[in-house]
Design a protein around this ligand. Structure first.
Ligand code: SF4
Length: 295
């Protein structure tokens, strides 16, 4: 199963779609590593753990947290959702070769990089940080050099929907192993920018169908379109895995079944610090019927 942990809300980018409303203000996760470990020890089987944010690379104790998880939890694969941009010597930079090696030594196995366009200008427009496209590409090659698997998370917007297959072609050319097509959810900053970047469900599905028509040399996965493809690799079509095969822990420790509903209080399962959180989670699962929560 997949478990996502927000470990801070700080980010150097100001992406127009950002669901977390991440900002430059330093805000780190409010729950200790020990709570993560306690939760994960209660989960049987293989666990794909993804650290997210904000930008997880800006979390002060990233290497320590990765190491704690690597050492204390069995049957896990550690990953991150990242922009590939760190703060170093007073400016935004790519991940250095040295830091990439350190992250790999701490157990990092896979990174999903957020890419919004195959065109540098369009990507930088979306992130509102000039140079972000170049830095992202440098970070990718430095992580690949130390054996970290690199994938793309690409949200479909009005800006990229007509050239989405170019993103896949770019990914193939630079050794990316998966392009995950993400549905833009109208929350966070995306709500404010909906006129500029929002797409209808129908356009979103057209992008997916066009991508699947291609002879892809890499894996294409999708979110929020379970009638076309399962939302997670090991899941069945037409069944939403949220809350069963997937949970999402926000910065303050509150747990939701999926990132797409993290702003909806009615979907809150509980808080990671609660003694009976595993029991609450189990009870939450009994209420689910496999319908998509992100409708
Ligand atoms: S709510 Fe379900 S279908 Fe929607 S994105 Fe989350 S896991 Fe996928």
């Amino acid at each position: 199963m997949e478990i996502h942990f927000e470990i801070g809300n700080q980010c150097l980018l100001k992406c127009r779609h950002c669901s977390s409303m991440a900002s430059e203000l330093k805000e780190q996760k409010k729950y200790p590593d020990q709570d993560m470990i306690k939760l994960l020890k209660g989960v049987e089987g293989k666990k794909d753990i993804y650290l997210t944010g904000g930008e997880p690379l800006l979390y002060t104790n990233l290497d320590k947290t990765l190491n704690n998880l690597q050492m204390q939890i069995s049957d896990i694969r550690l990953g991150m959702f990242t922009t590939g941009i760190v703060w170093n010597s007073g400016e935004a930079r790519s991940i250095s070769e040295e830091y990439a090696r350190k992250l790999a030594d701490c157990g990092l196995k896979v990174c999903y990089f957020s890419l919004y366009s195959h065109l540098e200008k369009e990507h930088d427009w979306m992130t509102k940080l000039q140079g972000s496209y170049k830095m992202l590409n440098e970070s990718i090659s430095h992580l690949q050099a130390v054996g970290v698997e690199t994938r793309f998370n690409s949200v479909v917007t009005r800006k990229n929907m007509s050239c989405f297959n170019d993103i896949i072609e770019l990914a193939e050319n630079i050794g990316i192993t998966e392009v995950r097509i993400l549905k833009l959810i109208k929350h966070g900053r995306a709500k404010e920018c909906w006129e500029e970047i929002g797409v209808t469900e129908q356009y979103y599905k057209n992008v997916i169908r066009n991508a699947l028509k291609r002879k892809n040399k890499l894996r294409v996965t999708v979110s929020g379109a379970i009638d076309i493809l399962p939302c997670r690799n090991d899941c069945k079509r037409n069944i939403c895995p949220a809350g069963v095969e997937l949970i999402y822990v926000v910065n303050n420790g509150d747990i939701f079944p999926c990132a797409s509903v993290k702003k909806k209080a009615e979907f809150k399962i509980g808080n990671i610090g609660e003694i009976d959180i595993l029991k609450k989670w189990y009870l939450f699962q009994t209420e689910l019927d496999g319908e998509m929560l992100c409708q």
